[in-house]
Design a protein around this ligand. Structure first.
Ligand SMILES: *Cc1c(COP(=O)(O)O)cnc(C)c1O
Length: 329
């Protein structure tokens, strides 16, 4: 199996995967540790809904191992992380969290949607369960929704029981699309990765960009951990403009090829302003804590010719600076 897991099961969506895992393996009185900056809906599922059934959650900064240790309680039964998180692309120390979970009788659940098993295999790093939103890179063309849970057979049997009983199963047609898509996943991921590396380096060289976030960047704050856990990086690159939100909106409006979409993992390059989309429901303080600046832009770099993507970005930089677009070589 791609994830190196004993068993896996498809679900109706990525969120259905989290729901099924939680219904199967948590009960009233349990406590869950969630990494800060993970997919907003995942946080809402735990803090907003599972909370009603007596499951408490604490949010922890993903890169701070001491904070994870400090937040642990005797009743902590699950640690939920994404690695890397987006848009700021911080990584979780997966072997550390796996040992912390194990010593406490808890499970480490890793959302591996961004890296896919092509670039990261959390089970080999001792995670208990891996979750995917399959409508992202696994489908790769934004056609179908679905999810995956992979892990030890005894855990997957519990998850399968919830899926059968509660209903959020994967549709057979979507399953067929995903199986076809898996045939091209390795070549697609390497192509996303190559385009993203080129674009991230181009952005990092510009003096009108305040910061660039990409796990493959030579200046990534957790460079060694990234190298130990990931064999590649995928297509997610974020960058911050000096002009804040007005400039980032003007930038998006000036693009012609790159589409203004909050999705990720498509063949097409997409851009969004996380502060007003994916992280729009957070308070200013929560956004600041998650490192989501008003002028931050997140790119999901696609499979177009990289020169076309760079030309489009260059056009937008020229427009927001009041210059004229003169083409790109
Ligand atoms: C999209 C996404 C999800 C949710 O998946 P759905 O299939 O949309 O329910 C979970 N985690 C990550 C990292 C995602 O990008």
């Amino acid at each position: 199996m791609l994830e190196g897991a004993e068993d896996a099961v498809g679900t109706a969506s990525g969120m259905a995967a989290f729901l099924a895992v939680s219904f199967a393996l948590l009960q009233q009185g349990d406590h869950v540790l969630l990494a800060e900056g993970i997919f907003g809906t995942t946080t809402r599922l735990y803090a907003g809904y599972l909370h009603k059934f007596g499951v408490a959650t604490t949010v922890v900064k993903v890169s701070e191992n001491a904070d994870w240790r400090g937040a642990l309680r005797p009743e902590t039964k699950m640690i939920v992380v994404e690695s890397p998180t987006n848009p700021v692309m911080l990584v979780a120390d997966l072997p550390f969290l796996a040992s912390l979970a194990r010593a406490n009788g808890a499970l480490l659940v890793v959302d591996n949607t961004l890296c896919t098993p092509i670039f990261q295999q959390p089970i080999a790093l001792d995670a208990d369960l891996v979750i995917h939103s399959a409508g992202k890179y696994i489908d790769g063309q934004g056609r179908c929704g679905g999810g995956v849970v992979a892990g030890r057979a005894e855990l997957i049997a519990e998850v399968r029981g919830v899926l059968r009983t509660a209903g959020p199963s994967l549709s057979p047609f979507n399953a067929w699309i995903f199986l076809k898509s898996l045939e091209t996943l390795p070549v697609r991921m390497r192509a996303h990765d190559a385009n993203a590396a080129r674009i991230s380096a181009w952005l990092a060289d510009r003096d009108d960009v305040r910061a660039v976030h990409f796990t493959g960047s030579p200046t990534h704050p957790q460079k060694d951990l990234v190298a130990a856990q990931q064999s590649g990086h995928g297509g997610l690159v974020s960058f911050e403009l000096f002009g804040g939100q007005p400039e980032s909106w003007a930038f998006i409006d000036s693009l012609r090829l790159v589409s203004n979409t909050t999705n990720i993992g498509d063949t097409k390059t997409m851009i969004t302003n996380p502060a007003t989309t994916t992280h729009g429901r957070l308070s200013d303080q929560e956004r600041r804590a998650a490192g989501v600046a008003p002028g931050l832009l997140r790119l999901s770099v696609g499979l177009e010719d990289v020169r076309d993507i760079l030309a489009d970005l260059d056009r937008a930089f020229r427009v927001v600076r009041g210059g004229r677009f003169a083409g790109f070589q």
